[in-house]
Design a protein around this ligand. Structure first.
Ligand SMILES: Nc1ncnc2c1ncn2[C@@H]1O[C@H](COP(=O)(O)OP(=O)(O)O)[C@@H](O)[C@H]1O
Ligand SMILES: [Mg+2]
Length: 354
């Protein structure tokens, strides 16, 4: 059981701000994902929570108790990193058991706890092996088991899947989600991979340059991006963004005209997702030339050039067009997102859950 409160925590080194006023309450048993590009402050935030990094400003509370000055070992937190940090001379069993020894758990309880953790991550057949005799995926599962065996209040996981190949990432991801659910332990998980974030999280925190951009459910973040940074970071492909202006309810940009928009006159950035646009035979709101086609199996992704903008449009799987051919596309008004041209902030309605 642990509720985590981050009260405006900041980290500065000299004049450089690594994390700026991160303020959030993480519910007991919540699976929270910190998502953002490399260098945005994810690991630093995590290390402040763990006590591995001094907090320049603000407070961290665990279950209402201020822990700023508490040693990492007294915070009841288990961490899993990208590098597994296993003891090379110990076999799997002893690696998993190690935290129990360190924490003075009665020896009589060790075997049952180690076996339970090993079973949860399917390592029972490998208990006698040393880390060097394991695959990357198995090593990461040892690291997970070593976190589980402690029965902590909080899991902190920093890019735990980064060293695994694509297929193993998907299966280990599913395993982490299952474990977190089964153990009911509050988890803060760091990744730069938006698919990982969307599939694992109860809530996602999108960060950029040390600043929280948006906090929301995966659906919120995808359907109601708070600004152009979130819009262009989330989604494969990212949201299409086109510069232009609105006059009397008509958005006009290079090769794009969309009427019926309910927003004040002025310069805006218009956004829409590839799957919300549709190719049409003629006319259309967006016009230009086909740049490339990618066959995805269940769909064809058309990349098209509309004036200076490169735009993605998800088409039916049998859509075909010659490179350089003219195209026309439509977007339903309900799928149009508008952002302030200067600040990049979303204009008008925000997520219904806020
Ligand atoms: N000890 C340090 N001294 C100075 N700058 C640091 C230190 N640790 C991290 N940084 C900087 O803080 C920023 C955030 O780093 P980090 O939290 O590791 O990012 P992320 O985990 O999101 O990739 C980066 O610009 C990084 O270079
Ligand atoms: Mg990091």
């Amino acid at each position: 059981m642990a509720q985590i409160e981050l009260r405006d925590i900041s980290k500065r080194w000299g004049t450089f701000v690594g994390v700026h006023k991160f303020d959030l309450t993480i519910a007991d048993r919540e699976f929270l994902v910190l998502l953002g590009p490399s260098g945005c402050g994810k690991t630093t935030t995590m290390r402040m929570i763990a006590g591995l990094e001094d907090i320049s400003e603000g407070e961290v509370l665990i279950d209402g108790r201020r822990v700023n000055d508490l040693d990492p070992k007294d915070r009841d937190i288990a961490m899993v990193f990208q590098s597994y940090a296993l003891y090379p001379n110990m076999n799997v069993y002893d690696n998993i058991r190690f935290p129990l020894k360190v924490r003075g758990v009665p020896a009589a309880d060790h075997d049952a706890k180690v076996m339970r953790a090993a079973e949860m991550v399917e390592l029972v057949p490998f208990l006698k092996r040393r880390p060097a005799e394991l695959s990357g995926g198995q090593r990461q599962r040892v690291a997970l088991a070593r976190a589980i065996v402690r029965e902590p209040n909080l899991f902190l996981m920093d890019e735990p899947l980064s060293n695994l190949d694509a297929k193993l990432r998907v299966s280990t991801r599913a395993q982490i989600k299952h474990l977190s659910h089964e153990l009911g332990v509050t988890t803060i998980y760091v990744t730069h991979d938006q698919i990982e974030a969307m599939t694992l999280a109860d809530r996602v925190v999108v960060m950029n340059a040390g600043v929280v951009q948006q906090v929301g459910t995966p659906t919120d973040i995808y359907d109601w991006p708070a600004n152009t940074f979130v819009a262009s970071f989330i989604g494969t492909p990212a949201m299409n963004l086109m510069e232009g202006r609105i006059d009397d309810g008509v958005f006009t940009g290079e090769n794009v005209t969309i009427a019926g928009i309910a927003a004040p006159d002025g310069p805006v950035t218009l956004g829409f997702r590839a799957e919300d646009a549709q190719m049409v035979p003629t006319g259309g709101q967006i016009n230009g030339q086909v740049y490339s086609l990618e066959l995805l199996g269940d769909a064809t992704m058309a990349t098209v050039r509309a004036g200076g903008a490169i735009v993605s449009i998800k088409c039916s799987k049998d859509f075909r067009a010659a490179i350089g051919a003219d195209f026309a596309a439509q977007i339903p008004l309900s799928a149009v997102h508008l952002f302030d041209a200067a600040s990049g902030l979303r204009i008008g309605h925000s997520s219904p859950s806020h």
